[in-house]
Design a protein around this ligand. Structure first.
Ligand code: 5GP
Ligand code: ZN
Length: 138
Protein backbone atom coordinates (compact mmCIF):
# COMPACT_ATOMS: atom_id res chain seq x y z
CA UNK A 1 0.00 0.00 0.00
CA UNK A 2 2.56 2.60 1.19
CA UNK A 3 6.10 2.32 -0.15
CA UNK A 4 8.65 3.22 2.51
CA UNK A 5 11.03 5.10 0.23
CA UNK A 6 8.32 6.94 -1.75
CA UNK A 7 7.94 10.66 -1.03
CA UNK A 8 4.48 10.88 -2.62
CA UNK A 9 3.23 8.02 -0.40
CA UNK A 10 4.27 10.20 2.55
CA UNK A 11 2.69 13.35 1.12
CA UNK A 12 -0.54 11.59 0.09
CA UNK A 13 -0.96 9.96 3.49
CA UNK A 14 -0.24 13.06 5.56
CA UNK A 15 3.10 11.83 6.95
CA UNK A 16 4.77 14.94 5.49
CA UNK A 17 3.13 18.39 5.37
CA UNK A 18 1.53 19.56 2.15
CA UNK A 19 -0.56 22.43 0.87
CA UNK A 20 -3.69 20.32 0.59
CA UNK A 21 -6.54 21.39 -1.66
CA UNK A 22 -8.71 18.35 -1.07
CA UNK A 23 -8.58 15.01 0.72
CA UNK A 24 -10.78 11.92 0.92
CA UNK A 25 -10.27 8.29 1.88
CA UNK A 26 -8.40 7.39 -1.31
CA UNK A 27 -6.84 10.62 -2.62
CA UNK A 28 -5.14 13.85 -1.68
CA UNK A 29 -4.85 16.84 -4.01
CA UNK A 30 -1.87 19.06 -3.21
CA UNK A 31 -0.09 22.05 -4.68
CA UNK A 32 3.02 21.24 -6.71
CA UNK A 33 6.15 22.51 -4.94
CA UNK A 34 7.51 23.96 -8.20
CA UNK A 35 4.33 25.06 -9.99
CA UNK A 36 4.18 25.73 -13.72
CA UNK A 37 1.56 28.35 -12.86
CA UNK A 38 -0.30 29.55 -9.75
CA UNK A 39 -2.55 26.75 -8.52
CA UNK A 40 -0.69 23.88 -10.28
CA UNK A 41 -2.08 20.88 -8.41
CA UNK A 42 -1.22 17.19 -8.20
CA UNK A 43 -3.82 14.45 -7.71
CA UNK A 44 -2.23 11.69 -5.61
CA UNK A 45 -3.77 8.31 -4.78
CA UNK A 46 -2.99 7.29 -1.19
CA UNK A 47 -2.14 3.81 -2.42
CA UNK A 48 1.20 3.38 -4.17
CA UNK A 49 1.31 2.74 -7.92
CA UNK A 50 4.47 3.57 -9.88
CA UNK A 51 2.46 5.18 -12.68
CA UNK A 52 -0.79 4.96 -14.67
CA UNK A 53 0.27 1.82 -16.51
CA UNK A 54 0.63 0.00 -13.19
CA UNK A 55 -2.58 1.26 -11.56
CA UNK A 56 -5.98 -0.45 -11.44
CA UNK A 57 -8.89 0.84 -13.52
CA UNK A 58 -10.86 2.04 -10.51
CA UNK A 59 -8.01 4.23 -9.27
CA UNK A 60 -7.35 5.59 -12.74
CA UNK A 61 -11.00 6.46 -13.31
CA UNK A 62 -11.28 8.14 -9.92
CA UNK A 63 -8.01 10.04 -10.48
CA UNK A 64 -9.26 11.46 -13.79
CA UNK A 65 -12.60 12.46 -12.26
CA UNK A 66 -10.79 14.18 -9.42
CA UNK A 67 -8.45 15.93 -11.85
CA UNK A 68 -11.46 17.34 -13.74
CA UNK A 69 -13.07 18.39 -10.44
CA UNK A 70 -9.81 20.12 -9.46
CA UNK A 71 -9.77 21.84 -12.86
CA UNK A 72 -13.31 23.15 -12.30
CA UNK A 73 -12.28 24.42 -8.84
CA UNK A 74 -9.24 26.18 -10.32
CA UNK A 75 -11.45 27.86 -12.93
CA UNK A 76 -13.80 29.07 -10.20
CA UNK A 77 -10.92 30.22 -7.98
CA UNK A 78 -8.80 32.01 -10.54
CA UNK A 79 -10.90 32.42 -13.68
CA UNK A 80 -8.16 30.84 -15.75
CA UNK A 81 -8.69 30.45 -19.50
CA UNK A 82 -7.84 26.75 -19.72
CA UNK A 83 -6.56 23.74 -17.81
CA UNK A 84 -3.96 21.15 -18.77
CA UNK A 85 -4.51 17.71 -17.26
CA UNK A 86 -1.38 15.68 -17.85
CA UNK A 87 0.39 12.67 -16.52
CA UNK A 88 3.87 11.22 -17.17
CA UNK A 89 4.80 7.53 -17.23
CA UNK A 90 8.48 6.57 -17.11
CA UNK A 91 11.66 8.59 -17.01
CA UNK A 92 11.77 8.92 -20.81
CA UNK A 93 8.31 10.51 -20.65
CA UNK A 94 9.38 13.08 -18.07
CA UNK A 95 8.28 11.27 -14.92
CA UNK A 96 10.51 12.25 -12.00
CA UNK A 97 8.50 10.93 -9.04
CA UNK A 98 7.54 7.30 -9.42
CA UNK A 99 4.17 7.35 -7.65
CA UNK A 100 1.11 7.89 -9.86
CA UNK A 101 0.12 11.54 -10.01
CA UNK A 102 -1.97 13.69 -12.33
CA UNK A 103 -0.96 17.30 -12.96
CA UNK A 104 -3.73 19.89 -13.13
CA UNK A 105 -2.29 23.13 -14.48
CA UNK A 106 -4.21 26.38 -14.81
CA UNK A 107 -3.52 28.22 -18.06
CA UNK A 108 -3.99 31.81 -19.14
CA UNK A 109 -4.01 33.17 -22.70
CA UNK A 110 -0.63 34.78 -22.10
CA UNK A 111 1.32 32.68 -19.63
CA UNK A 112 4.84 31.28 -19.49
CA UNK A 113 3.92 27.57 -19.53
CA UNK A 114 5.31 25.63 -22.48
CA UNK A 115 4.77 22.06 -23.65
CA UNK A 116 6.47 21.59 -26.99
CA UNK A 117 7.22 18.75 -29.33
CA UNK A 118 8.28 18.60 -32.95
CA UNK A 119 5.44 17.40 -35.15
CA UNK A 120 6.31 14.44 -37.37
CA UNK A 121 4.69 13.15 -40.53
CA UNK A 122 4.21 9.53 -41.68
CA UNK A 123 2.84 8.11 -44.91
CA UNK A 124 -0.68 6.61 -45.00
CA UNK A 125 0.92 3.18 -45.25
CA UNK A 126 3.08 3.76 -42.18
CA UNK A 127 0.09 5.11 -40.22
CA UNK A 128 -2.00 2.03 -41.11
CA UNK A 129 0.83 -0.32 -40.10
CA UNK A 130 1.36 1.60 -36.85
CA UNK A 131 -2.33 1.38 -35.90
CA UNK A 132 -2.31 -2.36 -36.65
CA UNK A 133 0.88 -2.93 -34.61
CA UNK A 134 -0.70 -1.31 -31.54
CA UNK A 135 -4.11 -2.85 -32.11
CA UNK A 136 -2.68 -6.36 -31.76
CA UNK A 137 -2.03 -5.70 -28.08
CA UNK A 138 -5.29 -3.93 -27.17
P1 5GP B 1 6.59 14.37 -12.84
O1 5GP B 1 7.76 15.02 -13.52
O2 5GP B 1 7.02 13.09 -12.14
O3 5GP B 1 5.40 14.18 -13.72
O4 5GP B 1 6.10 15.40 -11.73
C1 5GP B 1 6.61 15.45 -10.46
C2 5GP B 1 6.12 16.76 -9.85
O5 5GP B 1 6.21 16.65 -8.45
C3 5GP B 1 6.97 17.96 -10.26
O6 5GP B 1 6.13 18.94 -10.87
C4 5GP B 1 7.57 18.46 -8.95
O7 5GP B 1 7.63 19.85 -8.88
C5 5GP B 1 6.62 17.87 -7.91
N1 5GP B 1 7.25 17.56 -6.63
C6 5GP B 1 8.41 16.88 -6.44
N2 5GP B 1 8.67 16.76 -5.12
C7 5GP B 1 7.64 17.37 -4.47
C8 5GP B 1 7.35 17.59 -3.08
O8 5GP B 1 8.09 17.20 -2.19
N3 5GP B 1 6.19 18.25 -2.80
C9 5GP B 1 5.34 18.70 -3.77
N4 5GP B 1 4.25 19.34 -3.39
N5 5GP B 1 5.60 18.53 -5.09
C10 5GP B 1 6.73 17.87 -5.43
ZN1 ZN C 1 4.22 5.98 -3.40
Amino acid sequence: MIKDDCIFCKLANGIFDTNTVYEDEDFRVILDIEPASRGHALVLPKKHFANALEADDETLGAAMKLAARTGRALKEAFGCDGINILQNNGEAAGQTVFHLHVHVIPRWEKDTVQFEYKKNSFSDEEMKATAADIGKYM
